[in-house]
Design a protein around this ligand. Structure first.
Ligand code: CU
Length: 106
């Protein structure tokens, strides 16, 4: 192999390793007044998507961290982009006994 080829391969490998990590979408479901899974881990920049399978509206409301409030209509999906790292406990404003947690890592 010529040195030129070796450089080309080295650059190709370096390029493959420096590909940015794309934000993910993490899907959670709400079924029969339960968030599932009740604890999820995500990274800053990821999108959380709650799929509401109930015929009732729910919210995902956090009083700490990003301090978000997402209303999720019956049989619809609610989305949120995570902007801040930390452990966020959230609940449903309409059914305060519905609780779950998202651990957001930097
Ligand atoms: Cu609810």
């Amino acid at each position: 192999m010529t040195p030129g080829w070796m450089y080309a391969i080295a650059f190709a490998l370096a390029g493959a390793m420096s590909v940015p990590v794309y934000a993910e979408t993490i899907q959670l479901t709400i079924d029969k007044l339960v968030y599932s899974p009740s604890e999820a881990t995500a990274k800053v920049g990821d999108t959380i998507e709650w799929i509401n399978k109930d015929v009732l509206a729910h919210t995902a409301t956090a009083k700490a961290g990003d301090n978000w409030n997402v209303v999720i209509a019956p049989m619809k999906t609610g989305r949120l982009v995570l902007r801040k790292a930390g452990t966020v406990d959230y609940f449903c404003q309409y059914h305060p006994n519905m609780k779950a947690r998202i651990v957001v890592v930097p």
